[in-house]
Write a new protein. Sequence first.
Length: 81
Amino acid sequence: MSGFDSSTWFALVAPPRTPADVVARINRDVTEILQRPDVRSRLTDLGLSPVGDSPDAAREFMASETRRWTTVVKQAGITPE
């Protein structure tokens, strides 16, 4: 099928109003961990592609995914049961 892309992704999120310095520290620590060769190797062995990007990039990615799948659901006429 042409033009179809569906993937599973995972993100680490924090509650609303989490202080920016706490978010920055968690992001820095997680990014460092994801760069460790042993961690990257294990994740890629499992078929995963570790990213470890900025909180802003993650926020935009999640917003983009929400927009995309909202459109798919509406176009398909999917409704909750």
